[in-house]
Design a protein around this ligand. Sequence first.
Ligand code: GLV
Ligand code: MN
Ligand code: MN
Length: 398
Amino acid sequence: MAVDHTRFLEDLHKLREFGASGVGKGVFRPAYSKADIAARQWLADRMADAGLTPHFDPVGNLFGLAPGRSLLMGSHSDSQPEGGWLDGALGVIAALEIARSSDQPISVVSFQDEEGRFGVTTGSAVWSGGLPLDKADVLTDGSGVSFGEARSSMADLSQGFVDPARFSGFVEMHIEQGPSLDAANEQIGVVTDIVGIRDMSVTFEGQQNHAGTTPMHLRRDAFQALSLFNTRLNERFRNVVTPQTVWTIGRVDLHPNASSIVPGRARFSMQWRDGDPDRLSRMEEIIRTTAQEIASEQGMVLTYGPLLGLEPVTMDQSLRAALEHGAEQVAPGRWRRMPSGALHDATNVSRLMPVAMLFVPSINGVSHDFAEDTTESDLVAGLRVLDLAVQSLDGQAR
Ligand code: GLV
Ligand code: MN
Ligand code: MN
């Protein structure tokens, strides 16, 4: 049976209705929110309609299982707090359409908490054995809810963990989430590698006080410490980073966050990414040394949360070749091989089986924003490449 582009696009729009938010096609569907769980239940029904057996595991990863040995395809259906409609959702719905139309046995997955409400790609990290469940359970989100508490909201759906030995490999389609394909007017990216990441929270604790009466030289202002830390860190990283290295302070909780109070505490996320694990370690050293220096100079107590991370990984040659073969047929002269600067569940799954990834363009390179979008013709082109790749794998999918 041929892939059905209309059904594929309709299902993508239907999934967006769960947590539809913001302007344009934005969504708010964080892991374990009502919208996320409702979306997963809808997906489970779609999987059953496709002849797959829906299976929720203890952390809320949803599989649609084909009988016997199969190729696993999919991504995630949770979103960032201000997320787009395609990040993750595209890979899940594309996988569903391939499973419905292919002669090959295809299983589908939507991993839980890829977007890191609690950790870094938490659901696939636990399933792949990269993160023990007891360590995951004590991770907390920005408001102090633990992963263990959050996943208990899906306990009534939970069955055991799925045996990875039933899958021959994993293929994940995703939006690029960066500017390269769009800027070059190209339609497809075949991923070569996925960068590594480190992520931890850092806290400077100073002295909360009155903003009118506390002389500047007596203050232990946690915001000033954070500000100095950021400036010094940027200077020091210059000797170590490449144009591909990135680092982000994306969440800052300033306590008590009031205009007439000298802030007593700044807790912030520190995240850095690169393709070279040695560089990631060198950056960690610089972060810790700089934070310690600032803490001493500014009279702060310095504490760290757990260091989370994923190593850089390389895609499987033979699955990649199948995607390249499809790309050449669908978009001759308009596709490229490229690394992924975004993290994906494929990184974790690569511990268990061969993995490969396919990108379609993000308009203006925008993602992790309500404005994220991709043209319909590019979405469909990606689906066709996946379809041709699976056909070319033929019996190898088993
Ligand atoms: C995944 O969403 C990432 O942050 O790369
Ligand atoms: Mn994603
Ligand atoms: Mn994302």
